[in-house]
Design a protein around this ligand. Structure first.
Ligand SMILES: [Zn+2]
Length: 272
């Protein structure tokens, strides 16, 4: 969901500056026409497709945006095989890699993504029977002791992000080079909004295996304690937090992470 309220469209800035060859957005039919209109008004080329996407294979309208019609159509063509009903995992991984490269994602991050496709959606390890939320799998793969806030890709629903792909590690050098450029563009385009964005991306974040997330306030050094938590919300006035995120935020200060689930939630301290 891309609302019309956010003041900076980071993907558009990156596309216009030539940092990114194309943008792909999955939306409802209604949202898609608003998104297409908005990008066309900015002078971009837009093409669309329809098909099942994501782990749950829900029907979406796909909007592909590029600087010219040929580039937009090329990204649509790269995704077309993925919209087919049943692809063997190896083919799915191959085409997902093609799509990722066409969207300009770092090659190491694309490789990490296709490895997860091969493993099976929601699988922490190959052969696992249980599935967890795909964001949790990707965040666990990317987890490092000091995750860099510029790669925080866990607040897409709130329109808070510099990168829209899953970094291979939360300190990936290629992903960071891209994120740093996008940040610079944001600051040049709208410094107050860039400041708000940075503040929100830098908050420590807890992510559960079911995909709920909450901002956490930490106290103490070596093994910090969560003293307060809040459901993330978008910058738009009137934006409602997710009920599952609110429920997590209410429980966080009272329970330890291991009491909150198995596998336990991840604590990503983007504030360091
Ligand atoms: Zn990477």
């Amino acid at each position: 969901m891309h609302g019309g309220h956010q003041r900076i469209d980071v993907e558009w800035l990156a596309l216009a500056a030539g940092l990114k060859p194309a943008i792909r957005i999955a939306a409802t039919a209604l949202e898609a026409s608003a998104i297409a209109g908005r990008f066309q008004a900015m002078g971009a080329a837009v093409v669309t497709a329809r098909g099942p996407v994501g782990v749950h294979r829900h029907e979406h309208t796909l909007v592909y945006v590029a600087r010219d019609a040929e580039a937009a159509a090329a990204v649509r063509a790269a995704e077309r095989p993925l919209l087919a009903t049943h692809l063997p995992p190896r083919d799915k991984a191959y085409y997902a890699g093609e799509l990722g490269r066409r969207l300009g994602y770092p090659r190491c991050c694309v490789e990490a993504f296709t490895a997860r496709v091969l493993r099976g959606p929601g699988k922490l390890r190959a052969g696992d029977r249980d599935s967890v939320h795909e964001d949790y799998v990707a965040a666990r793969d990317a987890h490092v002791a000091r995750p860099d806030w510029r790669l925080n890709n866990l607040l897409l629903r709130q329109h808070l992000r510099l990168v829209t792909f899953e970094p291979c590690r939360y300190d990936c050098a290629l992903a960071l080079a891209f994120a740093a450029e996008v940040l610079r563009l944001c600051q040049a385009s709208d410094a107050p909004s860039a400041h708000v964005l940075a503040d929100r991306l830098q908050r420590p974040l807890v992510l559960t295996a079911a995909g709920a997330r909450a901002w956490a306030r930490l106290e103490g050094g070596g093994s910090p304690r969560i003293v307060a938590a809040e459901a993330p919300r978008a910058g738009d006035p009137g934006a409602r937090p997710d009920p599952a995120d609110e429920a997590l935020a209410a429980r966080l200060p009272r329970l330890s992470l291991t009491e909150l689930g198995d596998p336990p939630p991840l604590l990503l301290d983007f504030s360091t």
